[in-house]
Design a protein around this ligand. Sequence first.
Ligand SMILES: Cc1cc2nc3c(=O)[nH]c(=O)nc-3n(C[C@H](O)[C@H](O)[C@H](O)COP(=O)(O)OP(=O)(O)OC[C@H]3O[C@@H](n4cnc5c(N)ncnc54)[C@H](O)[C@@H]3O)c2cc1C
Length: 391
Amino acid sequence: MDHHEVLIVGGGNAGISLAAKLIRDGAQDVAIIESESTHRYRPMLNYVGGGEATMSDLERPASTVMPDGATWIRDRVTSCDPVGQSVTTRDGRTIHYTTLVVATGLDEDWDATPGLTTGYAVGWAGSTFVVESAPKVWPALRQLTSGRVVFSMPPEPAPCAATALKPLFMACDHWRRAGVLEALDVHLVLPGPTPIGVAKADVILEDALTAYGVQVLRNARVTRVGDRQVTVASPEGETEIGDLSYAHVIPGYRAPGWITDSDLAGAGEAGLVDVDPLTLRHRRHENVWSLGDVAVLGIKPSGGALRKQVAVLSPNLLASDPKDLQHYDGYTVMPITVGRHQLMLVEIDREGRPAPSVPAPDLVRPRRLTWAVDRYALPVTYFRRILREKV
Ligand SMILES: Cc1cc2nc3c(=O)[nH]c(=O)nc-3n(C[C@H](O)[C@H](O)[C@H](O)COP(=O)(O)OP(=O)(O)OC[C@H]3O[C@@H](n4cnc5c(N)ncnc54)[C@H](O)[C@@H]3O)c2cc1C
């Protein structure tokens, strides 16, 4: 029988980091199911879309990030039987487990925005959040000297949605330096009333949006896409933004469908895995756990949040007494460029209170040094240390 002690579904940031930590903590039989042959450091996609990086800066063969000692199963899970403790895969295998960890991240939900796929296919729409589209964003934005452009921030759940502001601000700064910003009509569609819902950071972001002359639609989402036109719905009604030169519109997200079909999802529409947000253990199936973007954790998901989740989940998986289970504090992070080389780092806990990782300096204040760390130091740290759980 095909069986593993710990079976991790998904070899992204969460799955790889967790496997590395489990093995370091003494776990004997850890397997990762992941079909993709390329691993990506996804935060860098925004720098690709801002003309500051290339795809080769963020891609590595998956084989090079698999932790020593883990079994890599090159397949994809299509269903799970949490009572029988097994998953089935695209290739028709049945794999049994003692402990299951769901770390699949989110699926793009193209159906949520009718017409968006056509806009991407024709090329006047795109975004840094979609891997195939990211390298086409900067060539499209860089050459604009006039016209109308719309950017959107995806509603939750989404992978580090706040970073959708990065390509907007990098492009605006470029247009300002090129002397064409005033000839461009730039719109931003925000899902909430303020940019990110953190008061101190919002003041800085609102000032930057005003300085660049960006028109902001609040509590709003792109609901339909037509021919160089988007429909934006908000409590005030529907607004059509037409004659678009470019639409940086990000699709919606949801959990993979098999999670709902397998009684692993919670009540929310997006079908995220129903775990206790403190211990990361499933609320109904006690040998199922989850972390990362796909888990219901009551936070804005981010890669930075995973560091804390992995530190809690590995000992929890190995704990023999439920009384010893550790708690995840809900830490998450939002790194946002407000110019081409200026970055603010917003770190909060589950309640939205500041949770700075260093006491000083104040990293919310945009700085060039913080940008350099985000653009140059973090990608190196990610591949050398974060994925190997050496931070
Ligand atoms: C454009 C962009 C910019 C970002 N910027 C930042 C940033 O600046 N800072 C930050 O902290 N975070 C950032 N993030 C968020 C960060 O990348 C995610 O939070 C992080 O990647 C989540 O890791 P994960 O492992 O949960 O999911 P993923 O990274 O999505 O990995 C999931 C893996 O599971 C695999 N998988 C899915 N379904 C199955 C299945 N059925 N069977 C087997 N395998 C499966 C997938 O192939 C994938 O490899 C950004 C994300 C994006 C998209």
